[in-house]
Design a protein around this ligand. Structure first.
Ligand SMILES: [Zn+2]
Length: 210
């Protein structure tokens, strides 16, 4: 687990350098994901928080202390082990068909059984060129070759949820959280900063293609 967190953190400094040097002139999708150079300080602050695994106050189980994010495997025991969590993590994995999720107001990021079936990081650049191909005005998805669908980038995604806390887009917000590249590109500047896949995609594009 530690090495996956280290891989996620290793992908961040190149993205910070790229964002600060080029902003919307970046070759790695900054403009598609965030629209304006006004986003640079916000994106880089978020990335610095993730890289530092910065501790936050007011979170369960010890709201009186500053606490770092904590990764836990969702298993049949989780519901007994984390009694302050209002639902069964393993059942949430199954109902949501997700590989991981963060529980707001807590330190816990749960990794579902399907998380362990994802590759840890790209073995080789999955696509030629810096941007995925566009066809019929939509990104062409190569099954199994999405630039961001690796354990290390999934960890990054959940850490972004952790630092956004209740500001992050979710199933209950308008607009809702976007889980596709086209959905990410379709968000405006303000909401793009609240959708973890936008940051995940940008970091993954930079790290995979350079
Ligand atoms: Zn998410």
């Amino acid at each position: 687990m530690e090495h996956l967190i280290d891989e996620a953190r290793a992908a961040i400094p190149p993205a910070i350098r790229d964002a600060e040097k080029y902003g919307t002139r970046s070759l790695y999708g900054f403009k598609s994901m965030f629209k304006t150079d006004k986003a640079v300080p916000l994106v880089t602050t978020m990335l610095r928080n993730v890289a530092a695994l910065k501790a936050l106050p007011n979170l369960q189980p010890f709201p009186q202390y500053l606490q770092k994010p904590h990764f836990a495997c969702a298993t049949a025991e989780s519901v007994h082990r984390y009694p302050f969590i209002p639902y069964d993590p393993l059942i949430s994995c199954e109902i949501g068909q997700v590989s991981s999720f963060y529980i707001g107001n807590t330190v816990y990021i749960f990794l579902c059984p399907t998380f362990w079936a994802l590759p840890s990081h790209p073995e080789e650049p999955p696509l030629t060129g810096c941007c995925p191909e566009v066809k019929n005005n939509a990104f062409k998805v190569y099954p199994g070759y999405e630039v961001y669908n690796y354990q290390s980038y999934v960890i990054l995604h959940e850490l972004v949820h952790f630092y956004l806390q209740l500001m992050s887009l979710s199933g209950l917000t308008i607009p809702p959280e976007q889980y596709s590249m086209n959905g990410c590109v379709g968000l405006d500047y303000a909401t793009s900063l609240l959708n973890p896949l936008n940051i995940q995609t940008y970091v993954a594009s930079k790290y995979t293609h350079s």
